[in-house]
Design a protein around this ligand. Structure first.
Ligand SMILES: Nc1ncnc2c1ncn2[C@@H]1O[C@H](COP(=O)(O)OP(=O)(O)O)[C@@H](O)[C@H]1O
Ligand SMILES: [Mg+2]
Length: 266
């Protein structure tokens, strides 16, 4: 049973990583497991401290993304590959779980496509702007990941990829996790976020079918809408099940995988 877990950026501060490490250390049947983490809020905070103005854009689908220019890419490298990735590794190592921190550039772990132009919506207007240094993941070095699994290592992946020209690109963590899960044909892709799952009228939806996803993306707010889109891509890519659950609880991974909580999409 292969599992890919995406840890939301807000879980990488405070006590939450410790509980994730504890869960992995005490439930050996969770492996093989790979972790992808986010960290957008920290990039914004440290970027601003470095005097880099942060810009966000909205795609016609309603999905909102960081606009990654050259300087913002540098902030992403420092914060995601440096601070956040190492913190996640530390939390696992503290509990005796062997973890290896990587970005998508290591051994071309995640190849991403950088677009010359992207379509953004501003008010009622759609316009094409320079694509900057953000990329869409499309290929994964699954051989490397499987070798790490054989060594009982938990790969911890920062959402940075490498493109055809060997440029580094920033990726959304949810998209990166979906691409890696598809590349591995993982049994489960688990999104650990700061909410209990997909909420409709304030209540957690416990089950969603793949066919319902398209419609739900349009009616769901920023943040969660991207998880639903990524869930759809993962299911289309051969992942059996996607779960969206809260990472701020006890035993966040094992309780979500046993079906005790969250939204299950299949
Ligand atoms: N229908 C919804 N159900 C649950 N969360 C939603 C919904 N609409 C918008 N959201 C927002 O999506 C957020 C999760 O996405 P995001 O902020 O990108 O976190 P992360 O990717 O780090 O887990 C929630 O904190 C919530 O504010
Ligand atoms: Mg997010």
């Amino acid at each position: 049973m292969t599992t890919v877990v995406k840890i939301g950026g807000r879980l990488t501060e405070g006590p939450y990583l410790d509980e994730i490490g504890n869960d992995l250390a005490t439930n050996h049947d969770l492996s093989p497991i790979l972790i992808v983490h986010g960290g957008g809020d920290l990039v914004t905070r440290f970027g601003e401290r470095m005097g880099i103005k942060q810009k966000f854009v909205t795609a016609p689908s309603g999905v909102r993304s960081r606009y990654t220019d050259d300087e913002t890419l540098q902030a992403c490298l420092m914060v995601l590959a440096g601070l956040v990735n190492t913190r996640v590794v530390q939390a696992l190592e503290r509990h005796g779980v062997q973890a290896l921190g990587l970005t998508g550039a290591d051994c071309e772990l995640v190849k991403a496509e950088r677009r010359e132009k992207i379509l953004v919506v501003e008010g009622n207007r759609k316009m094409a702007i320079d694509g900057g240094y953000s990329g869409k993941p499309f290929a994964v070095n699954s051989g490397l990941i499987k070798s790490l699994f054989d060594l009982k290592i938990v790969p911890v992946v920062a959402p940075l990829g490498i493109d055809g020209k060997r440029d580094l690109v920033n990726m959304d963590g949810d998209s990166a996790a979906a691409a890696i899960a598809s590349g591995l044909k993982a049994d489960t892709l688990l999104f650990l976020s700061d909410v209990d799952g997909l909420l409709v009228e304030g209540k957690v939806v416990s089950k969603v079918s793949a066919a319902e996803l398209d419609g739900l993306v349009k009616s769901t707010g920023v943040g969660m809408n991207r998880k639903l889109l990524s869930a759809l891509r993962a299911l289309q890519g051969g992942v059996s099940k996607v779960v969206i659950s809260n990472g701020k609880v006890q035993r966040p991974i094992s309780s979500a995988l046993s079906g005790d909580r969250g939204t299950v999409i299949q």
